[in-house]
Design a protein around this ligand. Structure first.
Ligand code: F6R
Length: 364
């Protein structure tokens, strides 16, 4: 049931404050500022190496987790797409942790990759949304996302719920490895528990985002730029746009622009720059300025401070609420979802059932 929403996708975007809140609530104790993951059937502290495998949007959640795990838990993390991983005969020293991320729990390539990792003596952890899936049955431990049924083919709420689980897991791994003390754990948990309320505020920007859609729907190509954990969000934004609006889009690491893609920039190409304030802000802003100097038309997605500092540089600026840098990917996922949604509506495509796509890809 779509309720009062025009499409399932929009309804599912709007459900995010609730379902992300539910997912986080299963894994943190906000009162004591601790994570409360289920007991692991292996010693988390003894893990030396993490491999994360998934497809599509779930893969981008895995890419974000690489930044988190490396930075907070100081552990070696590899991320790959399942269709490549399953055939490349990866070297996996026994005793590593292999994490599989899937909304459906049925994606053929991800399941095959899981079986390979198992054959290589890895501990298998899956993050799935649909209960009782094939992947769940073959795992050592399952962390469930509580997104509820996702009907729209384009994944939205499942993605931010995956990020929520991965954020909790990253804190837990960091703690198990003795890389963070209790004060730091508490700070991270607090940042995470603040997310649902901030997400609700982000949804208040819906009209401002919708106002950009008509113009963008005429574009032939769109480029999304981000750095650090916002780089996968740029890729996810581009994927969402491709899937439902059929506009060619690419997500790029902002710093990689000058190595080729900047040649694409002219006044016909909208550039979405995703840059919360923090460690990488100035770097991304300087990439934005390079794009503007080449007549690129920039939509700048930042926070209130970022908007005050550089909002005037861009053609349009969306200023999100301030939030701890750690959890920004959860928040910045929403404006790119909304943007692709409204562009698709402006183009008149079938938003919930885009051409050539299926919700669950059970063939390779
Ligand atoms: C994107 C999308 C797909 C899926 C991918 C993996 O909006 O829906 O890219 O993310 O097919 O599916 P799951 O997560 O079910 O393994």
């Amino acid at each position: 049931d779509k309720g009062n929403y025009r499409h399932f996708m929009l309804k599912e975007i709007y459900e995010q404050p609730t379902v992300v809140g539910q997912t986080i609530a299963t894994m943190v104790d906000p009162l004591h500022g601790t994570t409360t993951l289920p007991e692991f059937p292996f010693d988390l502290a003894a893990i030396e190496r993490v491999t994360i495998i998934a497809c599509g949007t779930s893969f981008y959640a895995g890419m974000v987790a690489k930044y988190w795990l490396e930075q907070m838990a100081r552990i070696n993390v590899e991320v790959d797409i399942a269709s490549e991983f399953r055939y490349r005969e990866a070297v996996m020293p026994p005793g590593g942790l292999a994490i599989f991320i899937s909304q459906s729990g049925e994606t053929a390539d991800t399941l095959a990759a899981l079986r390979y990792a198992k054959s290589q003596g890895q501990h298998i952890l899956t993050i799935v949304n649909v209960p009782q899936s094939s992947m769940e049955r073959e795992s050592d431990i399952v962390l469930q996302t509580h997104a509820g049924p996702e009907v729209g083919v384009a994944s939205t709420k499942a993605f931010t719920c995956q990020l929520s689980v991965l954020a909790c897991l990253s804190i837990a791994v960091a703690k198990a490895r003795g890389k963070i003390d209790h004060a730091e754990e508490e700070r991270l948990v607090n940042a995470l528990t603040e997310v649902p309320a901030r997400m609700a505020e982000v949804l208040n920007h819906d009209e401002a985002i919708e106002a950009l859609a008509d113009d963008m729907s005429k574009a032939r190509d769109v480029i999304y730029l981000g750095r650090g954990p916002e780089y996968p969000i740029a890729m996810e934004g581009a994927l969402k746009l491709k899937e439902i609006s059929y506009i060619h889009a690419e997500g790029y690491a902002a710093g990689e622009m000058k190595h080729g893609p900047i040649a694409l920039i002219d006044e016909l190409v909208p550039i979405i720059v995703i840059a919360p304030t923090g460690r990488l802000f100035e770097k991304t802003v300087s990439n934005m300025q390079e794009v503007i100097a080449r007549k690129g038309r920039v939509i700048f997605i930042t926070d209130e401070e970022g908007s005050q500092a550089n909002g005037h540089d861009a053609e349009a600026t969306i200023a999100l609420p301030m939030l701890d840098e750690f959890v920004t990917p959860l928040l910045y996922a929403i404006p790119v979802q909304l943007l692709s949604y409204h562009v698709a509506v402006a183009k008149g495509t079938d938003v919930d059932q885009p051409r050539n796509l299926a919700k669950s890809v059970t063939v390779e």
